[in-house]
Every structure is written in C-alpha cells, then in structure tokens.
Design a binder for this molecule. Sequence first.
Ligand code: UD1
Ligand code: CA
Length: 476
Amino acid sequence: MTGNTLAIIILAAGQGTRMRSRLPKVLHEIGGRPLVGHVLTTAQRLGADHVEVVVRHERDQVVAALAQDYPDAVFIDQDEIPGTGRAVQVAVDALPDDFDGDVLVLSGDCPLADADTLRSFLDAHRAGEAGATLMTAVVDDPTGYGRVIRDESGGVDRIVEQKDASSDEAAVREINAGMYVFRVGVLREYLPSVGVDNAQSEMYLTDVPGMLRRDGSPVAASVVTDVTVTYGVNDRAQLAEVGRLLNQRIVRRWQLEGVTVIDPATTWIDDDATLAPDVTILPNTHILRATKIAEGAIIGPDTTLVDCEVGEDAIVRRSDATLAVIGAEAMVGPFSFLRPNTVLGARGKIGAYVETKNAEIGEGSKVPHLSYVGDATIGRGVNLGASTITANYDDVHKHRTVVEDEVHTGSHTTLVAPVRLGAGAKTGAGAVVRKDVPAGSLSMSIAPQRNIEGWVEKNRAGTGAADAAARSRVAE
Ligand code: UD1
Ligand code: CA
C-alpha cells in the first residue's frame, strides 16, 4: 500500500551549456521570477510533504536566489556523477527512510507545468497500478527530447534519448516531457542499477521505465493535449518563447478577471502582479514584480511599473516608476520618472519630464512640469511651479526639503536643502531658497533686474539680433 504522501524533486543541477551564460540556466527569469522559481511556486501550490531541489552547478548562487522565497525547500547537492538519474537518486536518499509515498519529479527548466495540470497528472497516476507514470506529448518537432517507444499493445516500453536513438526511434513524435510520478520504492529499487553506458555517459532517469517494463511491471503514460505545458528552456530562443507563452497565460487570466488589455502582445505582466477589475492597460506596458493596481486605473501606453501600488482611477501614461505609491485619482506622466519611495497622494499630479525620489507628495499637490523632487516632504494642495528643483545633494550629504500645505513656488525655484517652506508661502520666479521661509511669506532672492539699453547693437554689431533690434527701433 502506498500512502498518499507526496515528495517533489526538482532537478536544477545542470549547467545549461546551451544558454551560453554566466548565470545558471534555472536562474534566468521569465514573468519576474527565475525559471526554477516558477516550478517551486507550483510545488508550493501542490502542497507536498517534501520539496527537494537538486543543485550542483553554481550551487551557492542558486541556493541564495531561492532560499528566502521558498523556505520549505530543501537543497540537495548532487555529486560528481552526472545525469538526471543520479540527481533523483541523491534526492531520494535524502528523504526520510519511512517515506513511502509518491515522488513527483519536475525539471527546473520547465516552468509552464501549472498546478492544475500536475494535479490531474498525479490523480491519473494514483488511479492506476503503475509504479511509474510519465507525462508525454505528441509534438510536430521532437528534436532534443527523449522519445517514448511503445510496444505492440500500445503500452510504454521505454524512453530513448535523442542522442541514443536509431533513425526509426528518432522519427517518433511522442516525447518524454521530463515530468514523472514514481512510487518511491521503484526509485529505491532501480536507480542503483542505472548505468552510464550511453552517448552522454550519464545516469539517465529515463532508463528506469524500461527497466520496470523488463521486469514485467506496468508503466503508465499521461498524454497532455496542451503541449506548451511540457516546453523546456535549453537556449535563449526557447527562453523568449516560453516567456511569451507564460505572459499570454497571465494576460488572459487578468482579462477574464475583468481587466481590459488593449494589446496582449505588447503587455507584459509578471506573475506576482495583481490587477483589479476595470483596470485598463494600454499598449507597450510592463507591470512588473509585485505591482498592485486598483480598480479603474488606466496604465500606459509605454509605461513600466516595478513594485508599484496604483490607487483607484489613477492615470499613468508614458512613464517609468519603481517602488512608488500613486494615490487614487492621481495623474502621472507623460514622461515622468518615479524612483523608489515616491508617494503621490490622492488627486496629486506628477507631470511631464518630472523626476521624483524618496518624496512624499501630499493629497491634491501638483508637480506639473520639468521638476526634480528628491528627499522631500510636500504637504497638501501644493503647486510646485515649472522647473522647481530640490537641490538635495551638497556633494557629501543628502538633505531634506519640507514644503508645507498650500505653498506655491514660482517657475524655476531652486530649493537648497535642508530647507523648509512654511504653510501658504510663495516664491518668486527663479528664486534660490537657501533659508527657511516662514508661513505666509513671499520669498524672492534674485537681484533687481537691470536692462542695459542698446547693448546688443553696440557689442554685437552685424548679427541678426542687432539688425532685428535696429529695425524695431526704426519702426517705433
Ligand atoms: C531530459 C530527458 C529527456 C526529456 C527532456 C524534457 C533525461 C536523460 N532526458 O533531457 O528525455 O525529453 O528532459 O525536457 O533525463 N539535471 C540535473 N543533474 C544532472 C543533469 C541534469 O539536475 O546531472 C537537471 C537539469 O538542470 C535540468 C533537468 O535536469 O533542469 C533536465 O536536464 P537537461 O540536461 O536539460 O535534460 P534534457 O537533455 O532536456
Ligand atoms: Ca531540458
């Protein structure tokens, strides 16, 4: 009797040579998460009793990238014996001796196998008597995959790797998806006899089904109809293709939840993002990491949001924001750059060619044009005139600017931090504010204007400006 306990083994020890990368293959990202992170997330959803990740190539880097997000995963080191068979063997050896359940083997480079697909796969295995169940798919181009060879009665006979296949075998279009359920006893019994006598001199996990069959035990196959769930990433072209398929799924999921996506092909939504009903996403927009968008907000076109929070009915167009909070009914863009710790209050505005960083901008306050607001606290109902700049950095330290409620600054005001503008204060155009401004005061800092008449004709004779000045004097 096999209990219903479940162990999931995720294979992630390979180098991924075909990626031609410094980064281990399984750490390449799609949908805002490493490839193997998607597999781990699915494992979490399935609720296994044991989740093991087999590592070897750049193991420290792989473990560091995953340990925090997946605290329940146990990392198992593969030794110098290569191959998927060895990888599973070291993981099985690390399971408690009294574990007698099913082992679901997944690949760290196959991120599209979702929890629903794997749940049906497990159910199919548990409903039958087989010691092993393979996931297979019939594909147009089987290049690179192990082929599933069936006997006369149509049962699974064995798997042949592409590199070991005869031309007849290579012509088979049913492929091994690289996902399996085994009764743990089968793995304990057969893996020790798997050899390395093959084209790659590796211990193939794919030898186990054939060994079972030769002993007269049944091996089942579960043929998936949606072949995309089996897609693995071996090179960068497949990385892009699998990333696109994942995105297509995510976009569709949100569309069915009530989000309008004008152009799914140019809308990229990470798996961790959440969108409310009646959000509208315009073309060429990236909603990344844990970004949250509330009902009725309109995002895009040409916008990137990373880890942002956008309030109800806000509008963000042609802008780039990271770790920013944008309040309800606020307006951002076009061409705004919101850097980390920007908090824009409800009905506030960050307009064209404005950069913000570490700035709290109160309810209904506006920074409409050409400004830099950094390390600042801006109260409510404030209007920072065009090209108001916080000079927050004195080459050594960053300093804070505080602007209290209802302040209006004139165009081209420079706020030299640390400085405070009291409630309701105003500044003249071009003011350079170096000292605090008391509430209700008007601050002007520039010298009185002096016009030197005739200067251009005298000092710039022969230029277009001098000629124009002469003509205008005659006309008077
Ligand atoms: C494997 C299967 C093949 C199947 C395909 C599906 C074998 C021998 N072949 O081939 O039948 O069609 O997957 O995608 O299993 N890994 C380790 N340790 C190792 C070697 C690999 O952990 O020593 C890991 C890799 O990191 C990877 C996974 O196992 O995540 C599969 O390895 P890979 O080299 O990509 O196998 P394929 O050639 O794709
Ligand atoms: Ca592979």
